[in-house]
Design a protein around this ligand. Structure first.
Ligand SMILES: C[S@@+](CC[C@H](N)C(=O)[O-])C[C@H]1O[C@@H](n2cnc3c(N)ncnc32)[C@H](O)[C@@H]1O
Length: 398
């Protein structure tokens, strides 16, 4: 078996074709079963028998994981240390291939081990009302009684029950132990939200906001709205962003894709009363939460709007040159147009938080065209057992 690739598989070659193989590890000899063969250049396969195992291979802790089973995790068959090395190799390879940067990468584990970390999840619901997760690259639902990577009260609130007339259930547990569930219809539209508080027998409606803590502050977030999934992730990311941003009193910070204001709120005390922090976020509920979270920081303000090239150009026209830009876009990244506008804004530091190393690498390449270089990178294992990895990159003008 060849090297690991982005997406939770390894690369093999057979009769001149590339085969992306799941459930294996680099260096193994395995028997594979082709699962998808629609493209000329490559096909997909599962390792169904291991002939020579990698030293990183372990027994899967989750009985639902394996070839043809639940598609929620990618690396259940790999020890945690091995997972960190696989993810580091993927980040390094993406930066090299898409941005032409050769940088040693270390993926740092978060406290708590690789199980029972998922504090927010979406479970799919079968027509029978039974919840579970989808098979890999399929709409089929694998019905689950438990999900060992999900925090127990959140898994218990959804799994092993029936959710008739819903297509999915979102669940999140906050730092006070309150479990919020939101059902969605088959088109993904929210139906009902309720919250079960610790010690309570019955859920409350409406649910109100959830409590989170990170970076030494308390935060309010919409019950199942965006917040880092791993309970230790927000703290780790705030620390890395603060280290890279190294803000000074009086500086102006732009926090793009700001959610409930996590990074802007963490940096605001550093710029002091003479500085300014502008958080930009498109989601109305997240903006309302950010307004509440930043109310004690008069130097911080929340702008509701889309981060796109036109909107950013207008915003930068009003704001002038920011000293620091923090951006934490969704999986697809900021994209070339936004990256170019941002690079043209002339900030002394751009701190890019990325949940997809491929998108990060593409955007780093766009920043490089405008003279920004990748100065430092930290990567965190915010999603153990899965192929996902979170990176924080510092870009500065060369
Ligand atoms: C990965 S989350 C980051 C949130 C926040 N930085 C945090 O760590 O809690 C991305 C956020 O970007 C918002 N978003 C997505 N597309 C956007 C856009 N085009 N303009 C502004 N915000 C957007 C989403 O609503 C979401 O809150």
């Amino acid at each position: 078996m060849g090297p690991v690739a982005h997406g939770g598989h390894c690369v093999a070659r057979h009769e001149g074709r590339v085969v992306f193989v799941r459930h294996t590890l680099p260096g193994e000899r395995v028997v594979v079963e082709v699962t998808e063969d629609r493209q000329k250049g490559f096909c997909r396969a599962d390792a169904v028998e291991v002939l020579e195992a990698s030293p990183d291979r372990v027994e899967r802790p989750c009985p639902y994981s394996g070839p043809g089973k639940c598609g929620g995790c990618d690396w259940q068959h790999v020890g945690h240390e091995g997972q960190l090395r696989l993810k580091a190799a993927v980040v390094r390879e993406q930066l090299s291939r898409l941005a032409g940067i050769d940088l040693p990468v270390v993926v740092e584990p978060l406290p708590g081990g690789p199980l029972r970390w998922r504090s927010r999840a979406r479970f799919a619901v079968e027509r029978t009302g039974e919840p579970g997760l989808r098979r890999h690259r399929s709409h089929d639902v694998v019905v689950l009684d438990d999900c060992p990577i999900t925090v127990e009260p959140a898994a218990r609130a959804v799994l092993g029950r029936r959710w008739l007339d819903s297509g999915a259930v979102d669940v999140a547990i906050d730092s006070a132990g309150a479990v919020t569930t939101t059902t969605l219809d088959r088109r993904g539209r929210p139906q009902e939200t309720s919250v079960l508080r610790p010690g309570a027998e019955v859920p409350e409606e409406p649910a109100g906001r959830a409590q989170r803590s990170a970076g030494g502050r308390d935060w309010e977030v919409e019950g199942t709205g965006f917040w880092q999934v791993h309970p230790a992730a927000a703290d780790a990311l705030v620390a890395a962003v603060s280290e890279f941003a190294a803000v000074q009193p009086g500086e102006t910070v732009l926090d793009l894709y700001a959610g409930a204001g996590l990074f802007g709120g963490a940096l605001a005390p550093g710029v002091g009363a003479g500085g300014r922090v502008v958080c930009v976020e498109s989601d109305e509920a997240a903006c309302a939460a950010a307004d509440a979270n930043l109310a004690d920081l008069p130097q911080a303000e929340v702008w509701q709007g889309d981060v796109d090239a036109a909107g950013l150009t207008e915003l930068l026209g009003d704001l002038g040159r920011p000293d620091v830009v923090v951006l934490d876009p969704p999986r697809a990244g900021a994209g070339q147009d936004v990256s170019r506008v941002l690079a043209g804004a002339g900030a002394r530091a751009v701190v890019y938080v990325a949940c997809d190393p491929a998108s990060l690498a593409r955007d780093v390449a766009a920043f490089a065209d405008a003279g920004y270089r990748l100065q430092a990178l930290r990567a965190f294992d915010c999603f153990p057992m899965t192929a996902h990895v979170e990176c924080v990159a510092l870009l500065a003008q060369a």
